[in-house]
Write a protein that binds this ligand. Structure first.
Ligand code: ZN
Length: 292
């Protein structure tokens, strides 16, 4: 059933990226300015991408319906003519997934990484019928991603090959892997991504793979991970840091005291410009610039 949503199911984007050795950018949004900056960048660069929102960020913005209506109206009013997906990121609560699908989100991630593999597999499987009925993509996760993102705290738990082979039998759109990747900042003594494991995972599944925690990773590692089967790269921390640093500079340079510099629209627009730079950087790095 085709729902009345302006967002596209990212399955085609992911399959195209997977086949042609590039990755789609998944950019987390945190407020209105953020969403606008990401959508404007997609339009300016003619690049498809995925707008993503965590359960925590959705709650901050006033709920999933606020996010859906804000993002969909921006997409239409800004006349963004490249395919864009709206994705619920790291959803642990099934009721949030159902609400997102009902609203018109075109993609959801079920984060069952805290559950036993059997339970994670079973719940992922149950969601497939609902997703298919609504033309929504499902991202599953096995293993877990370290660090913290919006209250989702995880230990690094490397993905197991036998679990990849089982997940491969489900009709999901993409699979998030734990290959020593971390949300937030990478520690100084970080051992790097486990490329050996990534290549064994790729050999065991036809599914496009997802790299969470792409912020702060050496760009060469990102390119290598794409060559080994990563088809979606998730970015949040780098945008957050760029946004905050730009605003810090504005205040530290007393720009808020010049003319009408105190206007929050002026303050936040420097943050938005900084986000656009980061998004463009990742679109270039992942090879998805100009792909629509
Ligand atoms: Zn993540």
């Amino acid at each position: 059933m085709q729902k009345n949503t302006p967002f596209v199911n990212p399955r085609r984007m992911l399959e195209k990226a997977h086949k042609n050795n590039y990755a789609v950018c998944h950019i987390n949004i945190n407020n209105l300015e953020w969403t606008k900056a990401v959508l404007e960048t997609a339009k300016e660069t003619n690049s498809s991408l995925i707008l993503a929102v965590s359960e925590g960020a959705a709650k901050y913005m006033g709920g999933l319906s606020v996010v859906y209506h804000m993002a969909s109206n921006l997409l239409i009013n800004l006349k963004v003519d490249v395919p864009v997906a709206l994705h619920l990121d790291h959803a642990c609560k099934i009721e949030n997934i159902k609400e997102a699908i009902e609203l018109g989100f075109s993609s959801v991630m079920f984060d069952g990484s805290k559950l036993s593999f059997e339970k994670n597999f079973q719940l992922t499987q149950e969601l497939i019928t609902l997703a298919e009925k609504n033309d929504v993509a499902i991202e599953a996760e096995i293993g877990s991603i370290g660090g913290e993102e919006d209250g989702i705290v995880g230990n690094v738990n490397l993905t197991k090959i036998e679990e990849v082979k089982k997940m491969d039998q489900l009709d999901i759109c993409m699979l998030a892997v734990g290959i020593n990747n971390i949300h937030g900042f990478y520690p100084k003594d970080w051992k790097g991504l486990d490329f050996g494991l990534l290549s064994r995972i790729s050999d065991s599944t036809h599914l496009p793979l997802v790299l969470h925690g792409a912020s702060g990773i050496n760009p060469e590692y990102i390119k290598k991970s794409i060559s080994l089967g990563i088809s979606k790269v998730n970015i949040n921390t780098d945008c957050q840091v760029a946004f905050t640093n730009a605003i810090r500079e504005y205040i530290e340079n007393n720009k808020d005291r010049e003319r009408k510099g105190y206007d929050p629209r002026s303050l936040l627009s420097v943050g938005s410009q900084a986000i656009k730079v980061v998004v463009k950087y990742f679109l270039n790095l992942t090879g998805s610039i100009g792909k629509n």
